[in-house]
Write a protein that binds this ligand. Structure first.
Ligand SMILES: Cc1ncc(COP(=O)(O)O)c(C=O)c1O
Length: 427
């Protein structure tokens, strides 16, 4: 090529949640029945899609306007509905995207190159990659501390904001993925206070907002923020559950408080107009879902189901001193941090087949400890979890889900992972 055409960030781009499946594609000739613990998709883990949801979707499908383009921002009745149930926004403050990924990307892409977003470490990679790609440089992060229930150190946030004038926004994912953190009202108020004092805006990814085990933990930004400009990202892929709908929305607050923020939001909206609109069906169904009593009931039922799984993990894992055990506070994920000083350099798991053993040894050379454990776990126990050091994280750890529908199978998965961790420590 005459010019260098590769974005510098491209070498860093990876999405382990899906990439680990590539390893599976190579080893599947040896065994077929992998237990997939890599994706936060309840439907893929055999959760039955409720009949009430199917009926609501089917009813909408009978209407001709469901097959038409929708307005660029979103179907008007739906925006009006959302503005009615949330008095802090107007219908003009909502933009609908084709899944939250699109929203996340556009929010970062339409920022000025030098305007940086400070985001949590570890972070959900869709955010971090989009932000870093847009800025052509490395991440700027604040740490979440597993020894303090994954809460951030607010002094660290403030210092980073104070000494880096390019920081223009703070990202908070609450409840958080990949940790299971649910931030306290006090922590959130502090972050907003920093944003206010340093004239920043905030981005809140609240995709899991309705899924905390305890209702008291459900602190929405809109309940505590008044005059700071901010963006909330939401969708019902996890709460319905309907991840395959591939939709997502942003709600924009306090556009009138800052002229620059208003213009920036206009550019995000403009990018949506260029694309015409997002997919129509999920937009149309959303008010039907939110108004349905069945939705409320099924949410409660599902949360209890996940809570039970968190209890089982605690029962099985709490006394294992090879890991850091922090019990999840909300549905979906559980992360395990290795106490590295308890493991040798040459840790392995027994793999029966020699060819497979050779392959796993080969791909495990020069990879981080958690990745190596995950490869061995796949080939030795046939369970696929996601290594998390790649979530821009200093820890060696991995993530599994609380989604397995069959309780006995769930117990089996946790016990098997525990036995693998113990075996890994002994080699
Ligand atoms: C924190 C967070 N934000 C956004 C998303 C994107 O959700 P979806 O792919 O359903 O749009 C996810 C998906 O797992 C997530 O964990």
């Amino acid at each position: 090529m005459r010019n260098s055409i590769i974005h510098f960030w491209v070498a860093e781009q990876t999405y382990e949640i899906r990439e680990i499946v590539e390893i599976w594609n190579k080893i599947k000739t040896f065994w077929k029945d992998m237990i997939w613990e890599n994706i936060g998709d309840p439907v893929n883990k055999w959760e039955k899609v409720p009949d009430w949801l199917k009926i609501l979707v089917a009813n909408r499908l009978q209407k001709d306007d469901t097959y038409a383009y929708s307005p660029s921002k979103w179907v008007l009745e739906t925006r009006q509905y959302l503005a009615k149930i949330n008095w802090k926004i107007w219908e003009e403050d909502i933009i609908f995207f084709n899944w939250l990924w699109e929203a996340i990307n556009k929010v970062y892409w339409y920022l000025a190159l030098s305007a940086r977003v400070l985001w949590p470490n570890p972070a959900y990679p869709t955010h971090s990659s989009a932000e870093a790609t847009n800025s052509w440089t490395f991440h700027l992060t604040y740490n979440l501390d597993p020894d303090n229930w994954w809460n951030p150190n607010l002094e660290e946030i403030e210092n980073k904001v104070r000494y880096n004038p390019n920081i223009s926004a703070i990202l908070v994912i609450n409840p958080d993925n990949p940790t299971w953190a649910v931030f306290s009202r006090k922590t959130l108020e502090w972050i907003i206070d920093i944003a206010k004092r340093y004239d920043l805006f905030v981005i809140f990814d609240e995709i899991y907002e309705k899924l905390t085990f305890e209702e008291k933990d459900r602190v929405l930004l809109r309940d505590i923020i008044w005059d700071v400009p901010w963006i909330a990202m939401k969708w019902l892929s996890k709460e319905a559950p309907w991840p395959g709908a591939r939709c997502g929305r942003i709600e924009i607050y306090n556009q009138d408080k800052d002229d620059q923020f208003r213009k920036y939001i206009k550019s995000v909206y403009f990018s949506k107009m260029l694309e015409v609109c997002s997919t129509t069906l999920p937009q149309k169904v959303l008010p039907d879902i939110y108004e349905s009593i069945d939705f409320q009931l099924s949410l409660k039922e599902r949360i209890e189901k996940y809570r039970k799984r968190a209890d089982i993990i605690e029962e099985i894992m709490w006394d294992l001193d090879l890991i850091k055990f922090v019990k999840p506070k909300w549905a979906f994920y559980f992360t395990i941090i290795f106490n590295l000083d308890k493991f040798g350099k040459n840790s392995t798991l027994k793999i029966e087949n020699d060819e497979l053993k050779w392959y796993i040894e080969w791909i495990s050379e020069n990879v981080r400890f958690d990745k190596k454990f995950c490869y061995y776990l796949m080939a030795s126990r046939w369970i696929c979890v996601v290594p998390l050091s790649w979530f821009n994280s200093a820890y060696n750890w991995f993530r599994m889900t609380l989604l397995e529908n069959d309780l006995d199978k769930f117990r089996y998965i946790v016990e098997t992972i525990k036995s693998a961790i113990i075996e890994f420590s002994k080699t």
